[in-house]
Design a protein around this ligand. Structure first.
Ligand code: ADP
Ligand code: MG
Length: 260
């Protein structure tokens, strides 16, 4: 996708390219007594690819969901391209369109064709004309290698194909940042690479990405930075090579010992 930094000027932020695209400041979140996100500070630059890893229950999904406001936060600040996420309504829908999300389960609409799955958002949320949406959808489906499946229903596709459709669907909203929450962990092993390859290609094209995954190959190939989370905190962050060969904290060492 061609990137046009001039396309979304913001009155409040004249030099929008200098500020982080995603900014979290002292973000806290509880589920009842459970403190799930603890003073999270995070800045993701335009075009940066950040891989988030950490033990189960450490708050990775909650972090993603908070960035997209699928989850509220108790306090702190979350900004996308300088703008704080509004609580609800049209403004939220619009800003949410800036943040594409791909989940572990593909969540495609079961009774709509692959093509309709991808055109629905642009038409409904962005008010795009049907033909333009179709054209966009077909080009995105082609990009992830499933354009020949456009007329089928999701159940007729393999898991790997469905997940690539989910990526195309998210891209159809022309997001500024893409969040991936364990996008390959529900897939059969032989399908993991076709999805990771699509993600690597996206990273190479300059998309800003936050990716929760334990796929070290992807992190090594595509990540600018690895963030290690444990117990609701960012414990450590480094370039992938450095993190995997020389983790500093005991928790990261322990975790890597289990998954590598
Ligand atoms: P991760 O993605 O790293 O495995 P999560 O963000 O899913 O971690 O969960 C962090 C913690 O918050 C876990 O202890 C989980 O059980 C808890 N949790 C997540 N969602 C909810 C919820 N909706 N209600 C209560 N507890 C939750
Ligand atoms: Mg999770």
């Amino acid at each position: 996708m061609t990137r046009d930094p001039q396309s979304s000027p913001s009155a409040s932020a004249p030099d929008s390219s200098a500020q982080p695209l995603v900014l979290l400041k002292k973000v806290n979140k509880h589920f009842g007594e459970l403190h799930v996100l603890k003073d999270i500070n995070l800045e993701v630059a335009r075009g940066e690819v950040v891989v988030v890893i950490g033990p189960s229950g450490s708050g990775k999904s909650t972090l993603c969901r908070a960035i997209n406001r699928l989850e509220t936060i108790d306090n702190g600040e979350i900004r996308i391209d300088g703008k704080e996420l509004p609580a609800e309504g049209k403004a939220l829908a619009k800003l949410r369109a800036d943040v594409g999300m791909v989940f572990q389960s593909f969540n495609l609409f079961a009774h709509k064709s692959i093509l309709e799955n991808v055109t629905l958002g642009p038409v409904k949320v962005k008010g795009m004309k049907g033909n333009a949406a179709k054209e966009l959808a077909m080009s995105l489906l082609k990009r992830v290698g499933v354009d020949n499946q456009a007329q089928k229903l999701p159940a007729q596709l393999s898991g790997g194909q469905q997940q690539r459709v989910a990526i195309a669907r998210a891209l159809a909203m022309q997001p500024k940042v893409m969040l991936f929450d364990e996008p390959t962990s529900a897939l059969d092993p032989e399908m993991i690479n076709e999805v990771l390859d699509a993600m690597v290609a996206l990273a190479k094209e300059g998309m800003t990405m936050i990716v929760v995954t334990h796929e070290m190959g992807f992190a090594r190939k595509a990540a600018d930075r690895v963030i290690f989370m444990a117990d609701g905190q960012i414990v450590e962050q480094a370039k992938p090579e450095e993190f995997f060969t020389n983790p500093r904290s005991d928790r990261a060492k322990d975790f890597l010992g289990k998954i590598l």
